[in-house]
Design a protein around this ligand. Structure first.
Ligand code: SAH
Length: 408
């Protein structure tokens, strides 16, 4: 049962209610959208999975309206702080309009390749949409929102007339949310493999069906261009190169002399090689398969030197419990990189672990520099591109750190 009934009239059935424990309400009055099971005192009105519910403080004060999922640790995701605003088609439509308007402002009407909807940051917790030209790639991380997928697909077709909408599910979401959606075509025709997107005037092939996450890391768009500015004539090592985002920008935009890209995924490297060819930089750029840690150790043992090293590892901290281990991982990676840098070399070091703060990351870099007996100057502290906005109500949406540093 989906209770979408407006709650204003006296005759409507009241929505089920989730009542918080004492002193647990502040984050939700502050508009954080995730109500974890541990904050809840009791549930009244027997809501079914995916039903709309009202969130109230222990004292009974209205806080917000959300969607209920008893199988998720995020028991309720909140979408409206207005008592009179039901979670209905009109609300979803308005949220999509706001999200689309931002990307039109950033990229113009064509909005060829970008993140179109970024979950909590766009008021749609549990929905991520990337736009690849005429195709959309949708990822659901909320079972309750996914239960409304037909409404969303209709709205997206009305607003954007995509040729096709492909849906993918992130690893682990089945267990976390009780959500089972197979990777599949939702509407329209299947996306070609690869699709092509333009970024910073470069072309990239993307496999949205088999590629990682949603296929391409748009969040690094501005960082790739920013890094390129420092690389004229440089020899560059691009660790965790995936399909060549930084490598190709370094060669083509930055006029780097030589770029060596390393990644553990052969399929990503195949695409990276095709992308280098597509952009006419195959003679400057080479890609090789390898584990990052082992490759760095080998290069250090060989006394190799580079003018610039780029480190863009996958998320290393997935839970608070994993933070310390992740910190050690970041330390080792960066420590090895420093041994490969020429004096006054450039270290571009990223972390997409939202749980690791900017300050923590900076601390790790300080330790690395001390340990290597080098001085490290931070030239630019960068984050994620503007089509991945940060919600001030949900700090978890600020996840990407990209430090451009000079290592003296
Ligand atoms: N820099 C890329 C994105 C990197 S995503 C870009 O600009 O598009 C992280 C990458 O790390 C993935 O391509 C993944 O295949 C790779 N990876 C994960 N573990 C690895 C390891 N141990 N060694 C090398 N690469 C690894």
């Amino acid at each position: 049962m989906t209770t979408d009934a407006p709650q204003t009239g006296e005759t409507t059935v009241p929505l089920p209610t989730v009542i918080l424990k004492k002193r647990k309400a502040l984050p939700f009055f502050s508009r954080h959208p995730w109500v974890f099971a541990g904050a809840i005192a009791r549930v009244e009105g027997d809501p079914q999975p995916t039903d709309e519910v009202v969130l109230r403080s222990h004292e009974g004060q209205f806080i917000a309206r959300g969607l209920y999922n008893p199988e998720s640790n995020i028991r309720v995701r909140l979408y409206s702080w207005d008592e009179n605003q039901p979670l209905d088609r009109a609300l979803w439509s308005a949220r999509l309009d706001d999200a689309i308007a931002l990307r039109r402002k950033l990229f113009g009407k064509s909005a060829a390749g970008c993140r179109l909807v970024f979950s909590e940051s766009d008021g749609l917790s549990g929905l991520t949409i990337d736009r690849y030209g005429d195709f959309l790639l949708v990822q659901w991380t909320s079972r309750a929102l996914a239960a409304r997928q037909q409404v969303f697909y209709e709205l997206l077709n009305e607003k954007l007339s995509p040729r096709g909408i492909w849906q993918r599910t992130e690893k682990g979401v089945g267990d976390a949310e009780g959500l089972e959606i197979a990777d599949s075509l939702a509407t329209g025709s299947e996306p070609p493999r690869p699709l092509f997107v333009e970024e910073n005037g470069l072309q990239f092939g993307v496999d949205v069906v088999e590629g990682q996450k949603t296929g391409f890391y748009f969040d690094q768009r501005d960082n790739r261009a920013a890094v390129a500015r420092y690389l004229k004539g440089a020899s560059v090592l691009d660790m965790f190169c995936y399909t060549g985002g930084f490598s190709i920008a370094a060669a083509k935009l930055g006029d780097a002399r030589r770029v060596r890209g390393v990644d553990s995924s052969e399929s990503a490297l195949d695409m990276a090689r095709r992308n280098a060819e597509l952009n006419g930089v195959s003679s400057q750029v080479s890609f090789e398969q390898g584990d990052a840690f082992r490759t760095l150790e080998t290069l250090v043992a060989e006394n190799a030197r580079f003018d610039a090293v780029i480190l863009d590892p996958p998320k290393m901290a997935r839970s608070r419990g994993g933070l310390e281990r992740a910190a050690r991982g970041y330390f080792s990676l960066n420590r090895l990189a420093l041994d490969l840098l020429e004096p006054n070399g450039l270290l571009v070091t990223c972390s997409c672990s939202g749980l690791l703060s900017r300050e923590d990351f900076e601390q790790i870099l300080a330790k690395v520099a001390l340990d290597a007996n080098r001085s490290l100057q931070v030239l630019e502290v960068r984050g994620q591109a503007a089509d991945h906005p940060v919600s001030v109500h949900c700090v978890e949406t600020s996840y990407l750190k990209c430090f451009i540093c000079r290592v003296v």
